[in-house]
Design a protein around this ligand. Sequence first.
Ligand SMILES: CC(=O)N[C@H]1[C@@H](OP(=O)(O)OP(=O)(O)OC[C@H]2O[C@@H](n3ccc(=O)[nH]c3=O)[C@H](O)[C@@H]2O)O[C@H](CO)[C@@H](O)[C@@H]1O[C@H](C)C(=O)N[C@@H](C)C(=O)N[C@H](CCC(=O)O)C(=O)O
Ligand SMILES: Nc1ncnc2c1ncn2[C@@H]1O[C@H](COP(=O)(O)OP(=O)(O)OP(=O)(O)O)[C@@H](O)[C@H]1O
Length: 520
Amino acid sequence: MPGWCRDRRRRWGTCTVIVECGCQHAIGLSGVVRGLPEAELLGDARILEVCTDSRRVRPGALFCAVPGTRRDGRGYAAEAVAAGASALLVQRFVDLPVAQVRVPAVRPAVGPVAAELHGNPAGDLAIAAVTGTNGKTTAVHLIEAALAAGGLRTGLSSTVESRLPGWRSPASLTTPDAVDLQRLLCRMRTAGVQAAVLEVSSHAIDQHRIDPVRAEVTVFTNLSPEHLDYHGTVEQYFATKAALFTPERCRRAVVNIDDPWGRRLAAQARVPTVTVGRSPRADVRVEEVGSTFDGLRVVFREGGAPVALTVPAAIGGRHATGLAAAYAAARVLGAPKSAAVDGLSAALPPGRFQRVDVGQPFLAVVDFAHTPTAVADLIATARRISRGRVHLVVGCAGHRDRFSRPDVGRAALAADTAVFTADDPGEEDPAEITAQVLTGTIGFSGGEFAVEHDRRAAIAAAVERAGPGDVVLVAGRGHERYQAINGVRRPFDDVEVVTAALAAAGWAGPPVQRRGRTCG
Ligand SMILES: CC(=O)N[C@H]1[C@@H](OP(=O)(O)OP(=O)(O)OC[C@H]2O[C@@H](n3ccc(=O)[nH]c3=O)[C@H](O)[C@@H]2O)O[C@H](CO)[C@@H](O)[C@@H]1O[C@H](C)C(=O)N[C@@H](C)C(=O)N[C@H](CCC(=O)O)C(=O)O
Ligand SMILES: Nc1ncnc2c1ncn2[C@@H]1O[C@H](COP(=O)(O)OP(=O)(O)OP(=O)(O)O)[C@@H](O)[C@H]1O
């Protein structure tokens, strides 16, 4: 029986296995590497899957020995062969009794070989890829909603989850690794998905997880210093993001030119670019923004015509450019104007300015803000809509962005009160993380602040302080439903904890609705 992967134009020889993505395939090693001009083959083998982790190798796998950020995958080649790998992708041939392919660099080759094995699923999907420091997840969910409203069968991959009609899976990374991404795209194609919206982190671009996908449109939200422990400098961080906006990676681009890095990106882009923002030069111009307790009303101008939409779930002007970018991307992919407007009016991902309402006379919000700019934006948004004081609960996660911790502390001073607490410390000492956050407050004046390492108690303290017209902001965890302390992961859901704190404080009312259950 000939193998097929929904794309019946391809014939891949004898079918021997059905893998998770729903496609059936087996392909010769020389076929898998046909897209790699510098590949040098030693022997041949039938490949059933591609794998970069010896611990996940199954019989018939091509094991790619990636020199990683911490370990060298070459050291695990023997283990992979013992587990049944039928071939190896390496930078130097190794003395093991299996077929091998030598390439100048393994990491950039992983995506192309996985894509080849799955019959290049990206080629059958209209792909939108979103990058930037803040607002990627939000934009991904908005674009998907706009495309779905336009009648397309859609899939998405974001920090929150990967999903397609009839299937969803929580995400562990912002962007899946190259093998998982190709498997996901294949699963989408098998399910008849027409358009896929992907969130792309700078790590993913640097680690070639997105290769060889060429998106129909890439979107840039904004840029501020983040992940400098990985990229070294903001210039390098920008250069990494900018690599997504090249003809090799996309056909067209949507760029927020209110952001200075966005202006630079639009100026250097080598692909047709739609600019968005409040700037009079923007192709999709944000003309009016009205933000109230009840939502956001935005008017864009695209060409001559105004486009008005009201988003009940969104609060805060910062979402206006995100909405404009999502609108522009959906339009680039062919969504009719009215459908794009309908879709955008419905969908924000969970944990992004998510209101928790049990009938209390103040606004309680759970938000994923964890970068200094996002925390500053969040407070500024709350300040604009609050009739009283703004109370913040914030901390920093362990094992990431150590350099930003003091800046998060400084940003928090813009709130009237702040409780510094544990975010997701992992194996790090929460007290030490908070001490680093607090160094940013030294020499600056601002609101009152306190330290409470127990996040539940910190949230309760903020709720206790709130009065009519105030805003309580619980920042950092958003949609996440766990907290790891001393390396032990326990369930912890900010929305549930805020709800409980409101109840304990004596506010009663109808139960909270989780936005995540209804979007998509
Ligand atoms: C620091 C980092 O980014 N690491 C990523 C990187 O791992 P790596 O290749 O450097 O791994 P390594 O530990 O050095 O090992 C090298 C190789 O040996 C293999 N190995 C290792 C051990 C073994 O027993 N057998 C074996 O075969 C590994 O599978 C790997 O292929 O490449 C892997 C495959 O793409 C990623 O899964 C992995 O993400 C780790 C899990 C991670 O936590 N990454 C975070 C920092 C990340 O990527 N975050 C971004 C966004 C963050 C944000 O915006 O907030 C994301 O996209 O999620
Ligand atoms: N267009 C935007 N511009 C600035 N901030 C935004 C925008 N959209 C959402 N935000 C805010 O930025 C924070 C992070 O949102 P979101 O999760 O969408 O970003 P992200 O880029 O996916 O983050 P991460 O890289 O951590 O996954 C939240 O506070 C959110 O409300």
